[in-house]
Design a protein around this ligand. Structure first.
Ligand code: GLA
Ligand code: ZN
Length: 691
């Protein structure tokens, strides 16, 4: 069993990607790095991430000396190491000698020799080579006192179409479906005459069977998870106590992070939100980022401490072409991760590379005058803050609201030609974020989860556009609502089963129509940004919603099958048709949204749902906090840590219930907490006030 005490037991992690392999020619740099690390208070370094050629310059000839030296120096200076395995980029000698390790494009061509993230997931040679280097690293460093965790590979992503992978796909399908008859059935292969009579006929590049594409996504993601386990095995064997992580990429489409997280000991995430203080939508961008962090905390099916493996200290990040961060914004971005249960924030990268395409990427240590830069000063200041608030690492967020974001459902939606915005996976996550925003702005904590978990501990479950219903989910949702739960379900949800076949008993199907009391018949995708349909709350509706708002993106026309309408469309020939409905079942209730609504709509609806579900925010109120502000609560026993974040550009007073103490200044705070523009505060309380 991995023990995270050494990783998380020494305060907040602060540091970054550290590449001593790039500076072997100049030992003075290591000494300078150590001095600067101590000076700016950075304590943890993810080391040697793309260092395979430095570790194994020729096949079976190894050089660990430079890594020994760096690890020893870090240890002597009381810095900690998260040691990487190097599979994220393969050495050129390997690509040259064993072409099968190179990933294949759709047309079968092999990738170029160099670059990174371009190896085959299946190749026995690559797996063997990875096993070999990981075993040697494990033998040498798994018990090193400086090493507090493993950083396996880097940002696993991508698919390979080589013959080995295609063959493995067919084997995987055989295991899953046993017979071709079953495969033909679940893929609906009579469509376009694609009935298979031999397993070897299966080629995931053929177009037209979305069931096949869905399985290809599953297979590729499964190969990644399998590859991770393969990599992790020698590490675990050498020291079962040393936690293993791999750096994830937020909502990344290609890998089911819920499946992967099952095998990692600690979740870590890479995050580059590219915040811009001049962007009037900054708060909305921040809320989407918060939702991602809430998902990271819950990837293992329940809240668990996690950390930020990569972020960018200044605006000069390579891909995002982002603006410079206004003073304070970086600290705010980092404390945002802490607010959502992270126990640390690391940077890409510690020291800027002198060459290579990322040479101008943001870093703690710049090419010249490293101690005089704004980045260095901000990092130093943040280390000092982290030292003062270190006690938060023992606490974690607890939420009464669950938001469902399910990878397989996302894949099925994406594979089904013709769904609104189906080409753009981000449209689904953006829509989920629109549902999330009213909770964020009230400081009501949300756990973001797959559809596979037990929801019984949550007061409210929101499942926006949950296109796929896996077996058993409908029954679980029925039980949840009957027992008193509140469920939000929406149009474009509950349309297909786990193989992508449409339900024929209703829409939503699989018995969910009964729970929702609505049948969705037709959906209209709104094309232009200005196209929308008006919506009005019905007079004296049972939820007590008032006012008018508009749809966005898509709206549906449905028939009520036992539900009570709460709001209706006011325009076009949709006028008078239901836009929002509720159905009571047992002790609970289901709210059905027939459209994507604008933020005013979600705000109104969720204000009423929060009130009727007695949801109270971290500040003790269910009213919205000042614009741009959120508050997130972490708890340890009866001790509460309230992290206040202001993404607005004006100072505010955040109303508060209870007695609080500022963890850094020790000052007493009650009734209201002053919060500067673009800033964060951490308060602590022992009093209980939350309903
Ligand atoms: C990713 C990678 C890093 C680096 C950064 C640049 O997160 O993991 O190696 O390339 O992007 O932003
Ligand atoms: Zn392959």
């Amino acid at each position: 069993m991995a023990n995270t005490q050494r990783l998380f037991g020494n305060g907040i992690l602060h540091g970054g990607d550290f590449n001593p392999d790039q500076w072997r020619h100049d030992p003075r740099i290591l000494e300078e790095d150590i001095r600067l690390m101590q000076k700016c208070g950075c304590n943890t370094f993810s080391t040697a991430i793309f260092a395979w050629s430095a570790l194994e310059p020729e096949e079976d000839r190894y050089d660990f000396e430079w890594l020994d030296t760096a690890t020893e120096r870090l240890h002597a200076a009381d810095r900690r190491v998260i040691l990487a395995t190097p599979s994220g980029a393969r050495p050129l000698w390997m690509a040259e000698r064993y072409p099968e390790v190179r990933r294949a494009y759709r047309d079968g061509r092999r990738w170029v020799m160099g670059e990174r993230h371009n190896h085959c997931w299946t190749s026995p040679v690559y797996r063997e080579k990875v096993r070999q280097i990981n075993t040697l690293l494990a033998r040498r460093y798994a018990h090193h006192p400086a090493v507090v965790a493993w950083h396996v590979s880097n940002e696993y992503n991508g698919e390979c179409y080589c013959d080995l992978c295609l063959t493995a796909f067919r084997v995987w399908l055989k295991q899953r479906y046993a017979t071709l008859d079953e495969l033909n059935r679940v893929w609906w292969s009579a469509f376009w005459n694609q009935t298979y009579s031999d397993w070897n006929q299966i080629d995931p590049r053929a177009y037209g069977l979305d069931g096949m594409l869905l399985d290809w996504y599953r297979f590729t993601s499964g190969q990644v998870v399998d590859f991770f386990q393969w990599e992790a095995e020698p590490l675990r064997q050498a020291n079962p106590e040393l936690p293993i992580t791999t750096n994830l990429m937020g909502f990344h489409f290609g890998v089911d992070y819920h499946a992967l997280a099952e095998f990692v000991d600690v979740v870590s995430n890479d995050s580059y939100p590219g915040y811009d203080a001049d962007n009037p939508e900054l708060a909305r961008a921040a809320a989407t980022q918060s939702m991602q962090f809430d998902m990271m905390r819950c990837l293992k099916g329940r809240p668990m401490p996690w950390f930020l493996m990569e972020s960018c200290i200044d605006g000069r990040s390579l891909w995002l072409n982002s603006h410079l961060k206004a003073p304070g914004l970086h600290e705010l971005e980092m404390l945002q991760a802490i607010a959502h249960g992270s126990n640390g924030t690391l940077y890409f990268q510690w020291r800027q590379n002198r060459g290579g395409v990322e040479k101008y990427h943001g870093a703690v240590v710049h090419h010249a005058h490293p101690e005089e830069t704004r980045s260095f000063h901000e990092v130093t200041a943040l280390s000092a803050r982290y030292a003062k608030i270190a006690e938060v690492t023992g606490s974690l967020n607890q939420s009464k609201v669950a938001l469902v974001l399910d990878w397989e459902s996302r894949w099925a939606y994406h594979a089904a030609l013709g769904m609104p915005n189906y080409k753009h996976d981000w449209a689904l996550t953006n829509e989920a974020a629109a549902h999330y925003l009213p909770f964020w702005s009230r400081g009501i904590g949300v756990d973001v989860l797959s559809s596979d978990v037990d929801f019984s501990a949550y007061s409210l479950v929101i499942a926006p556009k949950l296109f796929m219903l896996k077996p058993g989910l409908s029954a679980r949702l029925h039980r949840y609502v009957e027992a008193g739960g509140t469920l939000v379900f929406t149009h474009l949800g509950g349309l297909v089963n786990e193989t992508g076949l449409c339900f024929t008993d209703g829409a939503p199907g699989d018995g969910l129509e009964e729970l929702c009391g609505v049948f969705v018949d037709e959906t209209d995708e709104l094309k232009g940004a200005n196209e929308s349909v008006g919506v009005r709350a019905l007079a004296r509706n049972p939820l007590g919603i008032e006012g008018e708002w508009r749809t966005t993106r898509a709206y549906s026309l449905g028939l009520l099958k036992g539900a009570t309408p709460l709001a209706e469309y006011t325009e076009t020939w949709a006028k008078g048709r239901p836009a929002l409905a509720e159905r009571r079942t047992g002790k609970g209730v289901t709210y059905f949204f027939l459209a994507d609504f604008d933020s005013a709509g979600y705000e109104r609806i969720y204000a009423s749902i929060a009130r009727s579900s007695r949801l109270v925010g971290a500040c003790g109120t269910s009213d919205p906090l000042p614009p741009g502000v959120t508050a997130q609560l972490r708890q340890r026993g009866t001790t509460k840590y309230l992290v206040l974040l202001n993404f607005g550009t004006t100072p505010v007073d955040v109303p508060l219930l209870g007695e609080w103490q500022d963890v850094e200044s020790q000052s007493h705070v009650a009734k209201a907490a002053p919060l500067a523009a673009l800033s964060a505060r951490v308060l602590m309380s022992q009093t209980s006030f939350v309903a």
